[in-house]
Design a protein around this ligand. Structure first.
Ligand code: NDP
Length: 606
């Protein structure tokens, strides 16, 4: 494959510049206030959390906020560590987190099921496919709930309104929209980075006369059909699909098979790799040695980090990681060969552009679908039926040349002065992944002395391992956005954090520790370590097309980007830090008070 790197780089810059805009992240609308209807839960009534219930007044050892993978694994690990007195609260009507909300037709996991679905061995489940569909994910979450008897300990369909530390009681006081008042010794937050849908901040959204919803609130009452498609109520309808990200590329093929007309509004063409899904071979699955899932999860991040290890997953994601790693290692004298790495990236993107041309019949449409940026600027996507959908006569690509949709009218969507009339608008416009923990749950978190987490972090996140912070005793955050480390296989790190927190809390409960708070010195030490191993991504991010990866192109903003705020040694290094700290750091870094009011301050003895 021949290409001119200089010409390509220039083309990438031109395409990026079209998309840069002064409003950055503020271009989006929150689904609250006037737009709260976009957050309404279409599934609540038919879910366990949809039942009326009395308000609860309870005192528990632990309260887990979030019933997705992070919250579920937290509950399971607490239980296994002997802490059985806990409650789980989730706004959703059932367990499942993102899989509860994202029920759009075609929703499927981008990660291999065998490493993505937590607790497979414990539950004894075999995913039916290498990349299983959304219903199977949701069912697995429910199966975890049943298997570990978590439903009686769950307050579902329940929105937390405030989480406040009460100094006198040494308890967190949590209130909810169902009138519950819950006192908890320990609070764990597992609400994830993808729980707040966002809308494009364009004029006229509220004027559209027909139905409209966000992809994470798919309303089958409007479309008919189910996850498989067969959206029979759309047979005579024109549908506007706004956005061409991870959700949209899965939705389009099902819409194309059902609706009279589909307009796809594109701002930035995504990178869509081959998916190559296949059914699980039961014999292979049965033959896996106990402990296989943990090893496979670890191996995946090692491969993605470029380590020369065997690659059990062997898909488009890991193959690209291996190609990049081989290029990096090709330098002489041990120095990373960055030029070779960039050449691999250019080559891969040329392959993607060729893939589009090979699949899409109309050359004009194919050209508009070709992405022009470095491969890792945005989350690479995988689908075998997205590009072919454009060969359907009822599918029209409306490219906005990087500017996005102009506005919405009562009849439809306007781009470049042309109004595309529609009977239904679907906003497949993503989530506020840059909403940091201080507001991700949508409730006020107040620690010691009435200080909110937003105030505490107004000059930036301060934490130990991204999980504990001063002024917020007995409080743990699961996840990888700030000062921790994210793996693209999200449940990997959160499930290990859950184990870590569970053993810590079990130790506190066993030894009568009532209050444990990280010291300012420990936070500073972690800040120093973060700085020491920091990988400066700002030059790379500045070259990238805007997205939530690079703060919508505002790389110099004081808040770190999703990627830039993380521990530089990646998930492998991060999990090693947690292990080392659990063995040697607890007494050094936490001030702890026991039941009789005896305080142990690091360095100060008892
Ligand atoms: P994304 O953020 O990936 O995509 C949002 C889309 O909306 C982009 O194409 C964006 O364009 C477009 N958009 C935003 N504003 C406008 C506008 N004004 N006019 C036109 N288009 C606009 O959201 P998704 O919901 O698709 O995915 C979010 C994340 O969820 C993914 O990154 C992934 O982590 C996860 N996910 C995982 C899945 C899986 O495992 N199977 C499936 C779905 C989601 P632009 O690119 O220009 O910003």
């Amino acid at each position: 494959m021949t290409f001119d790197p200089v010409v390509l780089r220039e083309k990438y810059r031109q395409e990026r510049d079209k998309r840069l805009r002064p409003d950055g992240n503020t271009q989006y609308l929150d689904v609250s206030g006037d737009h709260a209807r976009f957050a309404a839960d279409p599934y609540l009534e038919s879910s366990p959390g949809g039942q009326a219930r009395e308000a609860r007044f309870a005192e528990v050892d632990a309260l887990i906020l979030g019933g997705g993978w992070a919250g579920l694994t937290m509950a399971v690990r607490l239980q296994q560590a002997g802490v059985r007195d806990f409650l789980i609260v989730d706004q959703a009507g059932d367990f499942g987190g993102v899989w509860y909300w994202n029920r759009y037709p075609g929703v499927r996991c981008d990660m291999e099921s065998y490493i993505y679905m937590p607790l497979l061995e414990e539950i004894g489940t075999m995913p039916t496919e290498k990349y299983s569909g959304g219903p199977e994910m949701l069912e697995h979450a429910r199966a975890i709930g049943r298997h570990f008897d978590l439903y009686p300990r769950a307050l579902l369909g329940t929105t937390v309104t405030a989480v406040t530390w009460n100094e006198e009681l040494s308890r967190w006081v949590v209130t909810t929209d169902r009138g519950d008042v819950l006192h908890a010794r320990f609070v764990m937050v597992g609400t994830g980075p993808l729980n707040r849908p966002k809308l494009p901040g364009i004029k006229g959204i509220e004027t559209f006369r027909g139905p409209a919803f966000h992809s994470s609130r798919w309303d089958y009452r409007v479309t008919g059909g189910d996850w498989n498609g067969d959206l029979d109520k759309l047979a005579d309808k024109r549908v506007a699909l706004i956005g061409t990200g991870a959700s949209s590329i899965q939705i389009l093929p099902r819409l194309a098979g059902s609706a009279r007309q589909v307009y796809v509004f594109q701002r930035t063409p995504p990178v869509v790799n081959a998916r190559n899904n296949r059914p699980t071979d039961p014999e292979w699955y049965r033959g896996l040695e106990p402990g296989w899932q943990r090893r496979r999860m670890d191996r995946f991040v090692e491969v993605m980090a470029g380590l020369p290890v065997e690659d059990p997953v062997d898909d488009e994601a890991t193959r690209m990681a291996r190609r990049v790693a081989a290029a990096v290692r090709s330098g002489s004298g041990g120095a990373p060969n960055l030029a070779a790495m960039q050449a691999v990236d250019f080559a891969k993107m040329e392959e993607i552009r060729q893939r589009v041309s090979d699949i899409v019949d109309d050359p004009g449409t194919a050209k508009l679908l070709q992405p022009w940026f470095d491969y890792y600027c945005k989350r690479p996507l995988f689908s075998d039926d997205y590009y072919p959908a454009f060969n359907n006569e009822n599918v029209v690509l409306v490219d906005t040349d990087g500017r996005g949709v102009d506005h919405i009218t009562e009849r439809g969507v306007v781009v470049d002065g042309v109004e595309y009339e529609a009977d239904l608008i679907i906003y497949s416009t993503g989530f506020d992944a840059n909403a940091y923990t201080d507001k991700a749950g949508g409730y006020q978190l107040t620690g010691r002395g009435g200080m909110t987490l937003a105030e505490h972090w107004q000059h930036g996140v301060r934490s130990l391992h991204g999980m504990m912070t001063t002024h917020f005793p007995n409080f743990f955050v699961l996840g990888g956005v700030e000062q921790a480390s994210i793996s693209i296989n999200l449940p990997h790190v959160t499930s290990r954090q859950a184990e870590h927190v569970a053993s810590l809390v079990a130790r506190f409960v066993d030894t009568g520790v009532t209050v444990a708070e990280v010291t300012a010195e420990a936070e500073q030490r972690w800040a120093d370590e973060l700085a020491r191993v920091h990988i400066d991504r700002s030059r790379f991010e500045a070259e990238c097309t805007p997205s939530y990866y690079n703060n919508e192109g505002k790389v110099d903003d004081p808040k770190p980007t999703v990627m830039g705020g993380q521990y530089g040694r990646g998930p492998i290094g991060y999990l090693a830090v947690l292990r080392e700290w659990a063995a040697a750091g607890v007494d050094r870094d936490l001030s702890m008070t026991t039941a009789g009011g005896v305080e142990s301050v690091p360095g100060g003895g008892r």
